[in-house]
Design a protein around this ligand. Structure first.
Ligand code: AMP
Ligand code: MG
Length: 396
């Protein structure tokens, strides 16, 4: 059995990254992955300007004129940069160009206005409240690398940098399938022995949140013919994600059919939950993930294997945040596999704390209500006591 990092490396090494790109306006680029590096087209700030409503002046004039200067002219946002009359101060507003000849802005709260003259407070330093051209970034400066997934904040930055559209990778297509004779979609009544299916929806929505076009392959019975029929069209997709039927039972046929139509690169990883997980390829470009059927295993293996592969497909890297937290309650176990426990992260004053939720069985969905993270236990860990520091992975 492979360890988690061996399995993740093996998967990442086998991902065939996307080649097709398209150009989209910023308003349609959120959540997409950049197919090119992007540089700023302008300096930001574009010109020296005022950070305050107040008065622009040459700092040296304050000492010469006993901190009292006549007020001449005005600079407002959107106006052309004016020129300061030597020995005077100019009315100025936030974002307005600093007049030529001025080097300092005094905010109006520090100014006593007396008709055409203004008296300035003593504690004015040269350069106060001036935003310098290019102090944020410069025209031509690299802002983003290829493979970067764009957030709404990123798009705001690109907009400020004068970039109207970006090249992104085309959205991958995925087929999502649940397998199992016992599975029924909610809405239909349950016959004895049947259960409501949930993995397909969770997987589909997580894929869609990453901008992937998902085809719902529905629920497939545990028989090789139906599975073959469904997977006959697998090469039309970039990703196929199935759940269930990948363990060692006689009805676990996904792995068998997967081996017939494609090539399995790995099966079984030393983690809990989610040990039986298979990854491989069908044809040249279809990545196949057979996730285990237990709902929690499916969720964890999606996060650990599918998501990093999706980022890699887009030439990117999955952001992976691990946070140390103080355990609120104890958890004991036998060492062996790396384990992921569903947990609730909470701030207790300055400390990040974490509660290990009751009901860790991989079939138990109830604790999902309180889950906003996972506690990650190393292979050799036998658990933790309350008050101990543990490693967590936030999920939201
Ligand atoms: P399997 O991986 O097919 O052996 O299934 C393991 C367990 O997960 C069994 O208890 C199944 O009933 C359950 N299961 C499998 N697929 C799903 C699904 N899509 N939704 C909910 N439970 C499932
Ligand atoms: Mg099954």
């Amino acid at each position: 059995m492979l360890t988690l990092s061996e399995a993740q490396s093996a998967i990442l090494a086998r991902v065939r990254p996307a080649a097709d790109t398209e150009r989209v306006p910023l308003a349609r680029a959120r959540g997409r992955f950049l197919a090119e590096a992007v540089a700023a087209r302008v300096d930001n700030p574009a010109f020296d300007n005022s950070a305050m409503d107040g008065y622009a002046l040459a700092h040296a004039d304050l000492a010469v004129h006993g901190r009292v200067l006549p007020v001449r002219g005005e600079s407002s946002a959107g106006s052309r940069p004016p020129t300061l009359v030597p020995g005077s101060a100019m009315r100025i507003f936030t974002g307005a160009p600093l007049p030529a000849g001025a080097d300092t802005v005094v905010m109006q709260e520090d100014v006593q206005r007396d008709g055409e003259r203004a008296r300035f407070a003593a504690a004015v330093r040269p350069g106060d409240h001036v935003r310098r051209r290019g102090e944020d970034f410069r025209a031509g400066e690299a802002l983003y690398e290829r493979g970067r997934r764009l957030s709404s904040y990123d798009l705001a930055l690109l907009s400020a940098a004068g970039v109207p559209e970006v090249a992104v990778y085309r959205s991958p297509r995925a087929l999502v399938v649940a397998t199992g004779d016992e599975l029924v979609a909610p809405g239909a009544p349950l016959a004895p022995g049947q259960i409501y299916e949930s993995n397909r929806l969770a997987t589909r929505l997580q894929l869609e949140a990453l901008g992937i076009e998902v085809t719902d392959g529905g629920i497939v019975r545990d028989d090789p013919q139906s599975l073959r029929a469904l997977l006959a069209g697998a090469t039309g997709y970039d990703f196929v994600v199935t759940s269930g039927g990948v363990s060692v039972g006689e009805h676990d046929l996904v792995k068998q059919v997967f081996a017939e139509i494609g090539e399995i690169d790995l099966w079984k990883v030393k983690i809990k939950p989610g040990k039986p997980v298979a990854f491989g390829r069908v044809g040249e470009r279809t990545h196949f993930f057979a996730l285990p059927g237990n709902p929690v295993s499916s969720l964890v293996t999606y996060k650990l294997f599918v998501e990093p592969a999706l980022y890699a497909w887009h030439h990117g890297r999955q952001p992976w945040l691990q946070l140390p937290a103080i355990a609120i309650n104890a958890f004991r176990r036998q060492a062996g596999r790396m384990e992921f426990l569903r947990a609730r992260l909470v701030n207790d004053g300055a400390e990040l704390c974490v509660e290990c939720l009751a009901g860790q069985g991989s079939h138990m969905l109830g604790p999902i209500r309180y889950t906003n993270g996972l506690i990650c236990l190393a292979e050799d860990s036998t658990g933790f006591a309350a008050g101990e520091r543990v490693t967590t992975i936030p999920l939201s």
